[in-house]
Design a protein around this ligand. Structure first.
Ligand code: LMR
Length: 331
């Protein structure tokens, strides 16, 4: 007979992970595939439901041979989206078209807006209590659109809807580390605002370890972080935008949500959410996560004078981007 002392049982249950179902919508695409691979490695995911409009059975067969405990399921076509989302604790959405050189993210609204609306309607119907992480661009406008669709169906919980802006943090850490010649994993830096051009604001004044860069050098670094998406779009020369780094970033963000669901304390991530922090109705700040999504919006970190001015300017741009969502839904 196996005998376990009470202390051992308590220790075991503290370590035990609650594994949940995660759905990826748009899983066959450039972001969806590497994202699904990374999620397949998470011990906190029991089932990975992979959905796409195009056939995804090959991707699922491939992933299903990986020796981890996560079960992978395929769902193909609009009709199977409902089944994919059933009982999902987290829905991650990379679905949509990527940019081509010369386009900005806002140019994707016509096509990707429709995609987000369809996904949001199905989430509202099937799993409105799921934590939702949207990657689909233009994030600044897509999140307000999704919020509105959920509101119209009386299922909107602002604590559960997230625009994934983790790639901006990932890039900021990498570029600062390059400048300091240190390991990027040792760099911490909040990135606030939104996810396009000047709405992306890396707070260099809050960087750890301290990085006291000023003048033209500082402006150049901020601009590189803001334009990093273009850097990839141009390098891919028509073959799309960031997929691998975006998958890495989205997997990191989902990992934060999973750890929070599992009761881990002090899980903090920057994300674009409904917010009262500034005049913009949606805004990315550091968020303390809990099992129900946002536990507490940590608000604006301390800002220096240059960052205060940048926030004033970016809030105006964000307000315009948010208003585009309302216009899109009126069409
Ligand atoms: C990125 O930041 O790389 C993504 O938002 C994709 C894009 O269009 O730039």
């Amino acid at each position: 007979m196996i005998s376990m002392k009470i202390g051992q049982i308590a220790r075991y249950s503290r370590c035990a992970k609650k594994a949940v179902k995660v759905a990826v919508v748009g899983a066959a695409g450039g972001i969806g595939q590497p994202l699904s691979l990374l999620l397949k490695m998470s011990p906190m995911i029991s089932t990975l439901a992979l959905h796409d409009l195009q056939d995804i059975k090959g991707v699922v067969a491939d992933l299903s041979h990986i020796c981890t405990g996560t079960r992978v399921q395929a769902f193909v076509g609009a009709k199977e989206l409902q089944c994919a989302l059933e009982d999902a604790a987290i829905v991650v959405v990379p679905a949509g078209l990527p940019r081509k050189p010369g386009m900005n993210r806002a140019d994707l609204l016509t096509v990707n807006g429709d995609v987000a609306v369809e996904v949001a309607k199905t989430i509202a119907f099937v799993c409105p209590k799921a934590l939702m992480a949207f990657i689909t661009n233009p994030i600044n406008t897509i999140i307000p659109i999704v919020a509105q669709i959920l509101k119209e169906r009386n299922v909107f919980d602002p604590n559960r809807l997230f625009g994934v802006t983790t790639l901006d943090v990932v890039r900021a850490r990498t570029f600062v580390a390059e400048a300091l010649c240190i390991d990027p994993r040792t760099v911490q830096i909040p990135v606030i605002g939104g996810h396009a051009g000047i709405t992306i604001l890396p707070l260099l004044s809050q960087c750890l370890p301290k990085y006291t860069v000023t003048g033209a050098e500082r402006d150049k670094l901020v601009k590189r972080i803001q334009d990093a998406g273009n850097e990839v779009v141009e390098a891919k020369a028509g073959a799309g935008s960031a997929t691998l780094s975006m998958a890495f970033a989205a997997a990191k963000f989902v990992d934060c949500l999973l750890r929070a669901i599992n009761g881990e304390e002090n899980v903090i991530a920057c994300s674009y959410v409904q917010s009262k922090v500034t005049e913009a109705e949606f805004f990315a700040t550091p968020i303390l996560l809990g099992p129900g999504g946002i536990y507490k919006n940590l608000g604006l970190p301390q800002l220096d004078e240059q960052e205060k001015k940048a926030v004033e300017t970016l809030v105006k741009q964000l307000q315009q981007d948010i208003a585009e969502g309302a216009k899109f839904l009126c069409k």
